[in-house]
Design a protein around this ligand. Structure first.
Ligand code: AMP
Length: 548
């Protein structure tokens, strides 16, 4: 007898969450190739790999990425991390209850639950298992107060039942509010980017005491709740690197030397990305660079003030976003992609004309160093970053075949960031490559993808007969040890059938092993594309395949 059909809910088909996707073979071979190339190229530039966790304190990202940015404001996956499952469900039970003033049992059990919550909550606070924040302390006080008042008010109907109900409702909403603000654990977020984590790790592990600069790279998933489209996902992958260098107390003594040194670091970092793209044969790579000066009155701050006053004059002609940015962050207006704003933006003052002498010198040095390294670039004065600690060099790289989401890499210098996160004065420059887009672009250019996703030779062993089977197992072991991909069918097949299956799987060769071959000690290798056959002894066969 068959079992009853499962209920509808049980038959629910699960799908990957919107904005996330499965990376599957054969595509994953290309992903692996990209990542192996990153390991190889970055190692030649003296970078070491760092693997930070994928979640961190929300506060870390708020400070590093900026509380006002879309990333932090709207796009982070944030959750509270605590060990108080029961307390948390008690809080929601209390929140959803509506005690009935005319039913004394209903009121008293409500108050009992609040007391139960208070008991466990105060204990958690006392043991420092629940964070002792001002909000938490205040909520605790308020809850205690409501728990005392509710039974008194519930029994006091002097102004009439309706009046008593209203007073009780006020207390209940007070309870809900207190429970809403209570934080039982740390507020964490899935990382939307990794620079903040790398800086946190630099500080946490006192890396300023290691040889400077520290050159670190990472590869891994990032999470942003963006509107998904081609080249934009909610879980996406970045390949990035950071160079962090402790600022020595005497660094200002030879300012000119420091500027050149930083310019060389910037150029090396850019050269490294370009070498990586070159190795991958990424099509249509274009590098744009800019200098955004530094946060000083005689440099970017002065320029932004001027920009703001110029923007005020054309405010009416700008869209709502740009109008808002005139107040919040005029620099970011330059980012606008709105068609009708382009001619207006083109007439705005350019930062290159307002850089201080040091920033000018440094920018010229970066360009000189790039030229020395044979790295082609174009200048784009509209390449900006919205946060104060970003300074001087910024760059962006675009590639072919990506439509509107054509940026594959963004980078820049951020000398103030480590200090902002509580570390010592530290210089920093880094970049992040969007790996999903990099792969898309390689796949669009089929030749590049083919070259990049090059696979080892693939041999299907067509065996027949008990003696041949033992030889086949042995051959599979040897061939695999030599790096050859081998498919060893678990059942005996007729040769015709075996060859058919070999082609279906995409094998290039079939190794034919019958009892005759085993007795002779010579094996037949058939090239599936043209049907050509060659006879080999085993060592010769290995040599032949290794050479491919
Ligand atoms: P950002 O960290 O925003 O500077 O981004 C660096 C690079 O990561 C971009 O140039 C993109 O290639 C890639 N990237 C950023 N956001 C996404 C996303 N939601 N989906 C795919 N790639 C992204």
């Amino acid at each position: 007898m068959t079992e009853a059909a499962p209920k509808k809910e049980q038959r629910r088909k699960f799908q990957a969450i919107r904005g996330t996707r499965d990376l599957l073979p054969p595509d994953t071979a290309l992903w692996n190739h990209v990542e192996e190339t990153a390991h190889a190229v970055f190692t030649t530039f003296g970078f070491g790999e760092i693997r930070p966790p994928v979640f961190e304190a929300t506060e870390l990202f708020a400070r590093a990425v900026g509380g006002d940015t879309d990333i932090v404001g709207k796009e982070m996956y944030t959750f509270e991390d605590h060990d108080f499952g029961e307390l948390s469900s008690l809080a929601s039970t209390i929140t959803y209850r509506n005690p009935d003033i005319q039913n004394s049992h209903s009121v008293s059990s409500y108050v009992e639950q609040i007391h139960a919550f208070l008991g466990a909550y105060s204990e958690g606070l006392a043991q420092n298992k629940i964070p002792r924040t001002p909000d938490n302390e205040r909520a605790l006080e308020n809850l205690r107060m409501h728990a005392t008042r509710i039974p008194i008010l519930a029994g006091d109907w002097t102004g009439g039942i309706e009046h008593a109900k209203t007073r009780l409702e006020l207390q209940i909403s007070g309870v809900r509010e207190a429970l809403r603000v209570i934080q039982l654990g740390d507020v964490l977020s899935l990382r939307p980017e990794a620079t903040a984590s790398v800086c946190r790790a630099y500080i946490e592990h006192n890396m300023q005491q290691l040889p400077q600069p520290q050159k670190l790279y990472y590869i891994g998933p990032m999470f942003r709740r963006e509107r998904p489209q081609k080249g934009r996902y909610r879980q996406f992958y970045q390949v990035g690197a950071e160079v962090l260098e402790n600022v020595k107390p005497d660094a200002t003594r030879d300012a000119a030397k420091e500027l050149t040194k930083d310019a060389i670091t910037d150029a090396e970092v850019i050269q490294m990305v370009m070498t990586f793209f070159d190795k991958l044969k990424l099509p249509g790579v274009q590098l744009e660079i800019n200098s955004i000066g530094h946060a000083a009155d005689n440099c970017r701050r002065g320029y932004v003030a001027l920009l703001k006053s110029e923007l005020e004059k054309v405010k009416d002609k700008l869209g709502a976003d740009s109008q808002r940015r005139i107040e919040t962050n005029p620099f970011r207006v330059l980012d606008s992609k709105l068609e009708h704003e382009q001619p207006i933006i083109a007439t705005l003052p350019k930062i290159a004309d307002h850089l201080c002498d040091d920033c000018k010198t440094q920018y010229a040095a970066v360009k000189r160093e790039l030229e020395l390294r044979g790295v082609f670039y174009t200048e784009n004065w509209r390449l900006v970053r919205g946060l104060d600690y970003y300074m001087r060099t910024t760059f962006e790289i675009t590639a072919q075949g990506l439509g509107s989401q054509n940026a594959v890499c963004g980078g820049g210098r951020y000398d103030g960031l480590v200090e902002l996160l509580g570390g010592p004065p530290t210089k920093g420059i880094g970049f992040a490559i969007g790996e999903d887009r990099l792969i898309l672009s390689l796949q669009e250019a089929k030749d590049a993808a083919l070259a990049a996703g090059k696979q080892p030779p693939f041999v299907y062993i067509a065996w027949m007969g008990a003696n041949a089977y033992a030889a086949a197992v042995h051959a599979a072991k040897d061939l695999r040890a030599a790096g050859v991909r081998v498919e060893l069918p678990p059942v005996e097949q007729k040769f015709g059938k075996a060859l058919e299956r070999a082609s279906k799987l995409g094998a290039q060769y079939a190794l034919i092993l019958g009892d005759n071959e085993v007795a002779e000690g010579t094996w037949t290798l058939k090239t599936l594309a043209d049907g050509a056959q060659q006879k080999f002894t085993e060592p010769h066969l290995l040599d032949f395949l290794k050479k491919l």
